[in-house]
Design a protein around this ligand. Structure first.
Ligand SMILES: [Zn+2]
Length: 447
Protein backbone atom coordinates (compact mmCIF):
# COMPACT_ATOMS: atom_id res chain seq x y z
CA UNK A 1 0.00 0.00 0.00
CA UNK A 2 1.57 3.27 -1.09
CA UNK A 3 1.53 6.20 1.26
CA UNK A 4 -1.04 8.68 0.05
CA UNK A 5 -0.31 12.36 0.31
CA UNK A 6 -2.16 14.16 3.09
CA UNK A 7 -4.32 17.12 2.16
CA UNK A 8 -3.14 20.56 3.19
CA UNK A 9 -6.64 22.04 3.35
CA UNK A 10 -8.31 19.21 5.20
CA UNK A 11 -8.52 19.72 8.96
CA UNK A 12 -10.90 19.68 11.90
CA UNK A 13 -10.83 22.56 14.33
CA UNK A 14 -11.57 21.83 17.99
CA UNK A 15 -12.15 24.24 20.83
CA UNK A 16 -12.96 23.47 24.47
CA UNK A 17 -15.18 25.75 26.58
CA UNK A 18 -13.46 24.58 29.73
CA UNK A 19 -10.00 24.54 31.28
CA UNK A 20 -11.13 22.94 34.51
CA UNK A 21 -13.15 20.04 35.84
CA UNK A 22 -16.67 21.23 35.04
CA UNK A 23 -18.30 22.86 31.99
CA UNK A 24 -17.34 20.18 29.45
CA UNK A 25 -18.14 21.30 25.91
CA UNK A 26 -16.16 20.63 22.76
CA UNK A 27 -16.88 22.64 19.63
CA UNK A 28 -15.86 20.81 16.44
CA UNK A 29 -15.76 22.35 12.96
CA UNK A 30 -14.27 20.74 9.84
CA UNK A 31 -12.58 22.37 6.88
CA UNK A 32 -12.83 20.36 3.66
CA UNK A 33 -10.55 21.12 0.67
CA UNK A 34 -13.57 22.06 -1.45
CA UNK A 35 -14.39 24.90 0.95
CA UNK A 36 -17.19 23.13 2.81
CA UNK A 37 -17.07 23.99 6.52
CA UNK A 38 -20.04 22.00 7.74
CA UNK A 39 -21.35 20.26 9.79
CA UNK A 40 -20.54 22.08 13.01
CA UNK A 41 -20.80 19.77 16.01
CA UNK A 42 -20.83 20.04 19.77
CA UNK A 43 -19.85 17.20 22.11
CA UNK A 44 -21.24 17.64 25.63
CA UNK A 45 -22.87 20.82 26.82
CA UNK A 46 -22.00 20.91 30.50
CA UNK A 47 -22.55 23.50 33.19
CA UNK A 48 -19.75 25.15 35.15
CA UNK A 49 -20.31 24.33 38.79
CA UNK A 50 -17.55 26.09 40.69
CA UNK A 51 -18.07 29.63 41.97
CA UNK A 52 -15.13 31.12 40.04
CA UNK A 53 -16.35 29.65 36.73
CA UNK A 54 -20.09 30.34 36.98
CA UNK A 55 -19.73 33.45 34.84
CA UNK A 56 -18.76 31.17 31.92
CA UNK A 57 -22.28 29.67 31.92
CA UNK A 58 -23.55 32.73 30.04
CA UNK A 59 -21.73 32.17 26.77
CA UNK A 60 -20.70 29.44 24.37
CA UNK A 61 -17.56 29.19 22.20
CA UNK A 62 -19.84 28.85 19.16
CA UNK A 63 -23.10 30.29 17.93
CA UNK A 64 -25.73 27.65 18.83
CA UNK A 65 -27.76 28.73 15.77
CA UNK A 66 -25.02 27.37 13.50
CA UNK A 67 -24.62 24.00 15.20
CA UNK A 68 -25.91 21.01 13.24
CA UNK A 69 -25.91 18.33 15.95
CA UNK A 70 -25.11 17.89 19.65
CA UNK A 71 -23.81 14.63 21.13
CA UNK A 72 -23.81 13.92 24.87
CA UNK A 73 -21.42 11.38 26.40
CA UNK A 74 -23.25 10.94 29.71
CA UNK A 75 -25.82 12.43 32.06
CA UNK A 76 -23.67 14.27 34.62
CA UNK A 77 -24.57 17.96 34.97
CA UNK A 78 -21.07 19.11 34.06
CA UNK A 79 -21.61 17.37 30.69
CA UNK A 80 -25.24 18.27 29.90
CA UNK A 81 -26.40 21.07 32.24
CA UNK A 82 -26.37 23.84 29.60
CA UNK A 83 -28.56 22.15 26.99
CA UNK A 84 -31.56 24.32 27.93
CA UNK A 85 -29.42 27.43 27.53
CA UNK A 86 -28.13 26.13 24.21
CA UNK A 87 -31.69 25.92 22.83
CA UNK A 88 -32.40 29.34 24.31
CA UNK A 89 -29.51 30.86 22.37
CA UNK A 90 -30.81 29.55 19.07
CA UNK A 91 -30.05 25.84 18.75
CA UNK A 92 -32.63 24.01 16.64
CA UNK A 93 -31.19 20.54 16.12
CA UNK A 94 -31.18 17.19 17.86
CA UNK A 95 -29.37 16.03 20.98
CA UNK A 96 -27.99 12.53 20.49
CA UNK A 97 -27.23 10.26 23.45
CA UNK A 98 -27.53 6.64 24.56
CA UNK A 99 -30.97 5.30 25.41
CA UNK A 100 -30.38 5.57 29.17
CA UNK A 101 -28.87 9.06 28.95
CA UNK A 102 -31.74 10.22 26.71
CA UNK A 103 -34.24 9.15 29.36
CA UNK A 104 -32.37 11.05 32.05
CA UNK A 105 -32.02 14.15 29.84
CA UNK A 106 -35.75 14.18 29.26
CA UNK A 107 -36.75 13.63 32.87
CA UNK A 108 -34.21 16.22 34.08
CA UNK A 109 -35.16 18.91 31.53
CA UNK A 110 -38.13 20.35 33.44
CA UNK A 111 -36.62 19.73 36.86
CA UNK A 112 -33.47 21.61 35.89
CA UNK A 113 -35.59 24.39 34.43
CA UNK A 114 -37.53 24.95 37.67
CA UNK A 115 -34.33 24.69 39.68
CA UNK A 116 -32.56 27.25 37.48
CA UNK A 117 -35.54 29.63 37.65
CA UNK A 118 -35.78 29.39 41.43
CA UNK A 119 -32.07 30.04 41.92
CA UNK A 120 -31.96 32.64 39.12
CA UNK A 121 -28.88 30.91 37.80
CA UNK A 122 -27.24 30.94 34.39
CA UNK A 123 -27.66 29.67 31.75
CA UNK A 124 -31.06 31.35 31.64
CA UNK A 125 -33.69 29.64 29.54
CA UNK A 126 -37.41 29.33 29.28
CA UNK A 127 -40.00 26.61 29.54
CA UNK A 128 -40.14 26.41 25.73
CA UNK A 129 -36.42 25.59 25.66
CA UNK A 130 -36.89 22.73 28.14
CA UNK A 131 -39.69 21.44 25.89
CA UNK A 132 -37.47 21.78 22.79
CA UNK A 133 -34.81 19.75 24.62
CA UNK A 134 -37.28 17.02 25.56
CA UNK A 135 -38.37 16.75 21.93
CA UNK A 136 -34.86 17.07 20.52
CA UNK A 137 -33.44 14.13 22.50
CA UNK A 138 -32.65 11.27 20.14
CA UNK A 139 -31.57 7.89 21.40
CA UNK A 140 -28.81 6.02 19.57
CA UNK A 141 -27.63 2.42 19.89
CA UNK A 142 -24.10 1.34 20.69
CA UNK A 143 -22.06 0.90 17.51
CA UNK A 144 -24.84 2.29 15.33
CA UNK A 145 -23.40 4.46 12.53
CA UNK A 146 -24.90 7.96 12.47
CA UNK A 147 -24.34 9.77 9.17
CA UNK A 148 -24.57 13.48 9.79
CA UNK A 149 -24.02 14.06 6.07
CA UNK A 150 -21.97 12.44 3.28
CA UNK A 151 -18.70 13.59 4.89
CA UNK A 152 -19.19 12.80 8.56
CA UNK A 153 -20.09 9.67 10.48
CA UNK A 154 -20.28 9.10 14.21
CA UNK A 155 -20.36 5.88 16.21
CA UNK A 156 -20.99 5.48 19.96
CA UNK A 157 -19.11 2.87 22.01
CA UNK A 158 -19.69 1.68 25.54
CA UNK A 159 -17.94 3.52 28.37
CA UNK A 160 -18.06 2.34 31.98
CA UNK A 161 -17.77 5.85 33.46
CA UNK A 162 -21.39 5.79 34.55
CA UNK A 163 -24.67 4.20 33.59
CA UNK A 164 -25.45 4.90 29.94
CA UNK A 165 -22.10 6.60 29.27
CA UNK A 166 -20.62 6.35 25.78
CA UNK A 167 -17.61 7.63 23.86
CA UNK A 168 -17.71 8.64 20.22
CA UNK A 169 -15.54 8.03 17.20
CA UNK A 170 -16.09 10.79 14.68
CA UNK A 171 -14.88 10.24 11.12
CA UNK A 172 -14.49 13.13 8.68
CA UNK A 173 -14.20 11.81 5.12
CA UNK A 174 -13.02 13.53 1.97
CA UNK A 175 -12.44 11.46 -1.18
CA UNK A 176 -10.08 8.73 0.08
CA UNK A 177 -8.92 10.79 3.05
CA UNK A 178 -10.10 10.50 6.63
CA UNK A 179 -9.61 12.26 9.95
CA UNK A 180 -10.66 10.13 12.90
CA UNK A 181 -11.25 11.48 16.38
CA UNK A 182 -12.13 9.59 19.54
CA UNK A 183 -13.97 11.68 22.14
CA UNK A 184 -14.16 9.77 25.40
CA UNK A 185 -15.80 12.30 27.73
CA UNK A 186 -15.12 11.01 31.23
CA UNK A 187 -13.67 7.53 30.87
CA UNK A 188 -13.65 4.28 32.81
CA UNK A 189 -12.74 0.87 31.49
CA UNK A 190 -14.78 -1.43 33.71
CA UNK A 191 -17.85 -0.97 35.87
CA UNK A 192 -21.00 -2.64 37.04
CA UNK A 193 -22.61 -1.66 33.75
CA UNK A 194 -20.01 -3.21 31.50
CA UNK A 195 -16.59 -2.90 29.97
CA UNK A 196 -15.16 -0.42 27.51
CA UNK A 197 -12.92 -2.74 25.57
CA UNK A 198 -12.17 -0.79 22.54
CA UNK A 199 -12.92 -1.39 19.76
CA UNK A 200 -14.12 -4.90 20.47
CA UNK A 201 -10.69 -6.15 21.48
CA UNK A 202 -9.34 -5.67 17.95
CA UNK A 203 -6.63 -3.20 17.04
CA UNK A 204 -8.06 -0.12 15.43
CA UNK A 205 -6.06 0.31 12.24
CA UNK A 206 -6.59 3.92 11.25
CA UNK A 207 -4.72 6.90 12.62
CA UNK A 208 -6.66 8.43 15.49
CA UNK A 209 -6.66 11.58 17.58
CA UNK A 210 -7.86 11.01 21.13
CA UNK A 211 -9.61 13.67 23.20
CA UNK A 212 -9.94 12.51 26.77
CA UNK A 213 -10.09 13.56 30.41
CA UNK A 214 -7.44 13.75 33.13
CA UNK A 215 -9.27 13.68 36.46
CA UNK A 216 -6.98 11.14 38.14
CA UNK A 217 -3.82 12.42 36.42
CA UNK A 218 -1.12 9.74 36.31
CA UNK A 219 -2.36 7.98 39.46
CA UNK A 220 -2.26 4.24 39.76
CA UNK A 221 -5.33 2.33 40.89
CA UNK A 222 -5.51 2.60 44.70
CA UNK A 223 -5.55 -0.48 46.89
CA UNK A 224 -9.09 -1.80 47.39
CA UNK A 225 -9.70 -1.58 51.12
CA UNK A 226 -13.41 -0.86 51.51
CA UNK A 227 -14.43 -4.50 51.85
CA UNK A 228 -11.62 -5.25 54.32
CA UNK A 229 -12.47 -2.26 56.51
CA UNK A 230 -16.21 -2.88 56.41
CA UNK A 231 -15.72 -6.53 57.33
CA UNK A 232 -13.55 -5.48 60.29
CA UNK A 233 -16.08 -2.92 61.55
CA UNK A 234 -18.93 -5.43 61.31
CA UNK A 235 -16.84 -8.14 62.98
CA UNK A 236 -16.22 -5.74 65.92
CA UNK A 237 -19.99 -5.46 66.33
CA UNK A 238 -20.10 -1.87 65.04
CA UNK A 239 -22.46 -0.30 62.50
CA UNK A 240 -21.44 1.51 59.30
CA UNK A 241 -22.49 4.76 57.63
CA UNK A 242 -21.38 5.09 54.00
CA UNK A 243 -21.42 8.26 51.94
CA UNK A 244 -21.66 7.44 48.27
CA UNK A 245 -22.56 10.14 45.79
CA UNK A 246 -23.26 9.13 42.20
CA UNK A 247 -25.38 6.41 40.65
CA UNK A 248 -22.81 4.01 39.31
CA UNK A 249 -20.72 4.38 42.46
CA UNK A 250 -23.70 3.56 44.71
CA UNK A 251 -24.30 0.40 42.70
CA UNK A 252 -20.63 -0.58 43.03
CA UNK A 253 -20.81 -0.11 46.79
CA UNK A 254 -24.01 -2.17 47.08
CA UNK A 255 -22.44 -4.88 44.99
CA UNK A 256 -19.36 -4.95 47.25
CA UNK A 257 -21.66 -5.46 50.26
CA UNK A 258 -23.60 -8.18 48.48
CA UNK A 259 -20.34 -10.02 47.72
CA UNK A 260 -19.33 -9.81 51.38
CA UNK A 261 -22.68 -11.36 52.32
CA UNK A 262 -22.40 -14.09 49.72
CA UNK A 263 -18.90 -15.01 50.85
CA UNK A 264 -19.98 -15.17 54.47
CA UNK A 265 -17.78 -12.21 55.47
CA UNK A 266 -20.68 -10.28 56.96
CA UNK A 267 -23.98 -11.79 58.19
CA UNK A 268 -26.96 -11.49 55.88
CA UNK A 269 -29.13 -10.64 58.88
CA UNK A 270 -27.66 -7.14 59.25
CA UNK A 271 -30.12 -4.67 57.74
CA UNK A 272 -28.82 -2.55 54.85
CA UNK A 273 -30.56 0.83 54.66
CA UNK A 274 -30.16 2.57 51.32
CA UNK A 275 -31.35 6.01 50.43
CA UNK A 276 -33.13 6.09 47.08
CA UNK A 277 -33.18 9.46 45.34
CA UNK A 278 -32.00 11.17 42.18
CA UNK A 279 -28.53 9.73 42.74
CA UNK A 280 -29.69 6.18 43.22
CA UNK A 281 -32.82 5.83 41.17
CA UNK A 282 -34.50 2.68 42.41
CA UNK A 283 -36.58 2.45 39.24
CA UNK A 284 -33.44 2.10 37.19
CA UNK A 285 -31.22 0.21 39.62
CA UNK A 286 -29.36 -2.86 38.40
CA UNK A 287 -31.14 -5.60 40.38
CA UNK A 288 -28.03 -7.78 40.40
CA UNK A 289 -26.36 -5.44 42.90
CA UNK A 290 -29.10 -5.49 45.55
CA UNK A 291 -27.86 -7.09 48.80
CA UNK A 292 -29.84 -9.25 51.22
CA UNK A 293 -31.93 -7.45 53.84
CA UNK A 294 -32.20 -4.34 51.69
CA UNK A 295 -34.33 -1.50 53.10
CA UNK A 296 -35.16 1.70 51.31
CA UNK A 297 -34.96 5.18 52.79
CA UNK A 298 -37.23 7.39 50.70
CA UNK A 299 -38.96 9.72 53.15
CA UNK A 300 -38.64 11.26 56.60
CA UNK A 301 -40.33 8.32 58.26
CA UNK A 302 -38.06 5.67 56.77
CA UNK A 303 -35.08 7.88 57.59
CA UNK A 304 -36.06 7.88 61.25
CA UNK A 305 -36.56 4.12 61.21
CA UNK A 306 -33.02 3.75 59.86
CA UNK A 307 -31.76 6.10 62.57
CA UNK A 308 -33.51 4.50 65.55
CA UNK A 309 -33.27 0.83 64.59
CA UNK A 310 -31.22 -0.52 67.53
CA UNK A 311 -29.70 -3.45 65.65
CA UNK A 312 -26.26 -3.46 64.09
CA UNK A 313 -26.80 -1.96 60.63
CA UNK A 314 -25.29 -0.46 57.48
CA UNK A 315 -26.64 2.84 56.15
CA UNK A 316 -25.76 4.09 52.65
CA UNK A 317 -26.71 7.60 51.63
CA UNK A 318 -26.17 9.41 48.35
CA UNK A 319 -27.29 12.86 49.47
CA UNK A 320 -25.15 15.34 51.39
CA UNK A 321 -28.00 16.60 53.57
CA UNK A 322 -28.96 13.09 54.70
CA UNK A 323 -25.35 12.18 55.29
CA UNK A 324 -24.92 15.16 57.62
CA UNK A 325 -28.14 14.19 59.43
CA UNK A 326 -26.85 10.68 60.21
CA UNK A 327 -23.28 11.80 60.82
CA UNK A 328 -24.37 14.20 63.57
CA UNK A 329 -25.86 11.24 65.45
CA UNK A 330 -23.00 8.81 64.95
CA UNK A 331 -19.69 10.72 64.86
CA UNK A 332 -19.33 10.77 68.65
CA UNK A 333 -20.12 7.06 69.11
CA UNK A 334 -17.58 4.30 69.61
CA UNK A 335 -19.95 1.84 67.86
CA UNK A 336 -19.81 3.43 64.40
CA UNK A 337 -17.57 3.29 61.36
CA UNK A 338 -17.93 6.16 58.86
CA UNK A 339 -16.94 5.51 55.23
CA UNK A 340 -16.29 8.22 52.66
CA UNK A 341 -16.41 6.60 49.23
CA UNK A 342 -15.89 9.73 47.13
CA UNK A 343 -12.69 11.60 46.40
CA UNK A 344 -11.44 13.57 49.41
CA UNK A 345 -10.77 17.12 48.29
CA UNK A 346 -8.93 19.78 50.26
CA UNK A 347 -10.99 21.21 53.11
CA UNK A 348 -13.79 18.66 52.59
CA UNK A 349 -15.78 17.16 55.44
CA UNK A 350 -13.93 13.85 54.98
CA UNK A 351 -10.57 15.56 55.39
CA UNK A 352 -11.71 17.43 58.48
CA UNK A 353 -12.76 14.13 60.10
CA UNK A 354 -9.39 12.46 59.49
CA UNK A 355 -8.20 13.48 62.97
CA UNK A 356 -7.31 11.75 66.25
CA UNK A 357 -10.13 10.31 68.32
CA UNK A 358 -11.42 12.85 70.81
CA UNK A 359 -10.73 15.87 68.58
CA UNK A 360 -13.52 18.45 68.37
CA UNK A 361 -15.04 18.69 64.88
CA UNK A 362 -17.73 20.92 63.39
CA UNK A 363 -20.53 19.29 61.38
CA UNK A 364 -23.42 21.34 60.05
CA UNK A 365 -22.61 24.22 62.42
CA UNK A 366 -22.49 22.08 65.59
CA UNK A 367 -19.43 20.86 67.48
CA UNK A 368 -18.91 17.15 68.19
CA UNK A 369 -16.23 14.98 69.64
CA UNK A 370 -14.90 12.66 66.96
CA UNK A 371 -14.99 9.12 68.36
CA UNK A 372 -16.19 6.92 65.46
CA UNK A 373 -13.71 5.27 63.09
CA UNK A 374 -13.44 7.19 59.79
CA UNK A 375 -12.30 5.70 56.48
CA UNK A 376 -11.90 7.08 52.98
CA UNK A 377 -11.10 5.39 49.69
CA UNK A 378 -10.72 6.39 46.03
CA UNK A 379 -11.22 2.82 44.79
CA UNK A 380 -14.74 3.61 43.55
CA UNK A 381 -13.62 6.50 41.32
CA UNK A 382 -15.55 6.52 38.04
CA UNK A 383 -12.54 7.98 36.24
CA UNK A 384 -9.72 5.89 34.78
CA UNK A 385 -6.43 5.21 36.47
CA UNK A 386 -3.29 5.30 34.35
CA UNK A 387 -3.22 1.58 33.44
CA UNK A 388 -6.73 1.76 32.03
CA UNK A 389 -5.69 4.65 29.78
CA UNK A 390 -2.68 2.69 28.58
CA UNK A 391 -5.00 -0.21 27.77
CA UNK A 392 -7.25 2.13 25.81
CA UNK A 393 -4.28 3.45 23.83
CA UNK A 394 -3.15 -0.11 23.10
CA UNK A 395 -6.41 -0.56 21.18
CA UNK A 396 -5.00 1.71 18.47
CA UNK A 397 -2.19 0.99 16.08
CA UNK A 398 -1.40 4.63 15.41
CA UNK A 399 -2.18 7.69 17.53
CA UNK A 400 -1.88 11.10 15.86
CA UNK A 401 -2.17 13.13 19.08
CA UNK A 402 -3.84 13.19 22.47
CA UNK A 403 -5.75 16.11 23.99
CA UNK A 404 -6.43 16.30 27.71
CA UNK A 405 -9.43 18.13 29.15
CA UNK A 406 -11.55 17.78 32.30
CA UNK A 407 -9.20 17.80 35.29
CA UNK A 408 -7.30 20.02 37.69
CA UNK A 409 -4.35 21.59 35.89
CA UNK A 410 -1.88 19.60 38.02
CA UNK A 411 -3.51 16.30 37.07
CA UNK A 412 -3.34 17.26 33.40
CA UNK A 413 0.33 18.17 33.64
CA UNK A 414 1.17 14.94 35.51
CA UNK A 415 -0.63 12.90 32.90
CA UNK A 416 0.96 14.82 30.04
CA UNK A 417 4.44 14.09 31.45
CA UNK A 418 3.60 10.42 31.92
CA UNK A 419 2.23 10.07 28.38
CA UNK A 420 5.16 11.90 26.79
CA UNK A 421 7.31 8.93 27.83
CA UNK A 422 5.52 7.02 25.09
CA UNK A 423 7.47 7.23 21.87
CA UNK A 424 6.46 10.07 19.52
CA UNK A 425 3.19 10.75 21.27
CA UNK A 426 2.04 14.36 21.02
CA UNK A 427 0.05 15.40 24.09
CA UNK A 428 -1.73 18.76 24.40
CA UNK A 429 -3.77 20.24 27.23
CA UNK A 430 -7.09 21.80 26.24
CA UNK A 431 -7.63 25.30 27.55
CA UNK A 432 -10.60 27.61 27.32
CA UNK A 433 -10.08 30.11 24.51
CA UNK A 434 -7.41 28.03 22.77
CA UNK A 435 -8.14 26.03 19.61
CA UNK A 436 -6.34 23.36 17.58
CA UNK A 437 -6.50 22.04 14.06
CA UNK A 438 -6.37 18.28 13.67
CA UNK A 439 -4.96 17.17 10.29
CA UNK A 440 -4.66 13.62 8.97
CA UNK A 441 -1.17 13.23 10.44
CA UNK A 442 -0.45 16.23 12.65
CA UNK A 443 -1.98 18.91 14.87
CA UNK A 444 -1.50 22.67 14.91
CA UNK A 445 -2.58 25.56 17.09
CA UNK A 446 -5.47 27.49 15.59
CA UNK A 447 -6.94 30.94 16.01
ZN1 LIG B 1 -18.97 12.37 34.58
Amino acid sequence: MGKKKTLKNFWVRIESASSTVTGSLLYVKPNFPNGKRKPELVFDCGAFLTEECKEFNKTFPCNPENIDAVFITHEHVDHMGRLGGFYNQGYKGKVYASEYTTEVLKSDAMRNYFFMRKRKEDPKYEEKDAIALINGCTSIDLEEVINIDENVEIVAYNNAHTKGAVMYIVTFKYEKHEIEILITGDYKKKGISGKSYFPNNKKFKKKITIITEATNGNKKRPEAKFKKNLEKIIYQGKSALCSSIGRERSEDVLYAIKTLQENGKIPRTIPIYVEGNKFLDLNKININVIPFNFNIINDRNSKEIALYDKRQKIIIVANRGSFTYFLQHFINKETWGIFFLNHMSKGSLAERLMVEKGTKVIIGGNTYEKIADVFQTDEFSRHYYIDELKDLFDGFECINAVFLGHGESESKKDLQEELKKRKNLKVQILKRGEAFKIYEDKIRHSK
